[in-house]
Design a protein around this ligand. Sequence first.
Ligand code: NDP
Ligand code: 8X3
Length: 251
Amino acid sequence: MKTALITGATSGFGEACARLLAANDWRLIITGRRQERLDKLQQALGGADNVHIACFDISQRDAVEQAIVSLPAAFSEIDLLLNNAGLALGLEPADQTNLDDWEQMVDTNIKGLMYMTRLVLPSMRQRGIGYVINIGSIAGNWPYPGGNVYCASKAFVRQFSLAIRADLLGTGIRVTNIEPGNAETEFSMVRFKDDEQRADKVYDKTTALTAEDIANTVLWLVNTPDHVNVTTMEIMPTEQATGPLAIYRSS
Ligand code: NDP
Ligand code: 8X3
């Protein structure tokens, strides 16, 4: 039985991946800040024998370290690290944004992902096998107004994924950056701070990706042969595409 550590398993992509991997006989470590949701998911997926809960804030380095060093023996050999926890906060232009929001995105999307990766990689290297799947975003490739630090944080995830592949050449460890486009999860409720109307508009009259689409992608990736490394996967809904470059014209 293989073991996956999924960050941000309390909703969206992370929860869908947990459900699909559990259904495919994976042992899971599920993480997030919301204990109640982790408890419910653990119960739904077969209890503590199959699913270990680590409830912590990924932006807190000590908490991440503690979660990894205190893993029970049965869960200590991680085959898949799914670095999924992340968020966007706000859509204001760079001169009007809330600096606390910027910091929280950097602390979660960049630093949390760094801490987790650094702590899990040594045992993968020792065992000569392992898979790190990062959840980047099309926002890392296609910046948009108001995306500022969120886009930059996902560009970090892209470049970090590519760079650690270079470090890990010859170790047997695989690294993939999945870059989803518009997907209907709690993402927009978080971005717009529980403003349901604004969040709903993001998915209005269009068919977005679902969390299950990303979970199916993760399952496909982990089932590719060990000698195959899919480096980057950009996935958009059919009803999304890039637009033209913007030009300002004085009136
Ligand atoms: P959700 O808001 O549904 O899920 C986000 C998850 O991240 C939650 O489980 C949340 O857990 C966790 N999380 C956030 N902050 C922290 C923290 N400080 N510590 C621990 N866990 C945290 O959104 P998605 O499922 O859509 O997002 C998952 C990933 O996908 C993110 O990295 C996002 O940037 C990326 N993404 C999303 C897209 C979309 O359109 N939805 C498109 C492209 C990428 P909790 O709140 O319990 O801590
Ligand atoms: C989420 C997709 O385009 O809203 O990463 O930033 S987008």
